[in-house]
Design a protein around this ligand. Structure first.
Ligand code: SF4
Length: 89
């Protein structure tokens, strides 16, 4: 889904997202310029749950983390930025 989304992006937008300088460990899809997820509609399950579950508290709005710990439906396959980089997409 992520690959499909990235391939559908206009080249200029894709290249802009890809080439933004990021601190080590920052997600490769985080849009530093817009301060938002660059693949929001297809972001992974853990990202969808972030901020809303007791085990995934966001420091910006900790009061929203009221749901029970997230039970994953997707099987973890690795970490973005470490196991998966732009060369995989
Ligand atoms: S961590 Fe998840 S929500 Fe954040 S930028 Fe990356 S894919 Fe998007």
């Amino acid at each position: 889904m992520i690959s499909k989304k990235l391939k559908a992006l206009p080249t200029k937008l894709r290249d802009n997202l890809k080439n933004q300088p990021r601190l080590f460990g920052t997600c490769i899809f985080y849009d530093m310029q817009k301060d938002q997820c660059g693949i929001h509609s297809v972001r992974p399950e853990v990202c969808r749950g972030f901020g809303y579950h007791k085990d995934l508290v966001c420091f910006r709005k900790p009061e929203l983390a009221t749901k029970e710990p997230l039970t994953f439906k997707e099987k973890p396959i690795g970490y973005l930025s470490i196991d998966f980089t732009w060369k995989h997409f």
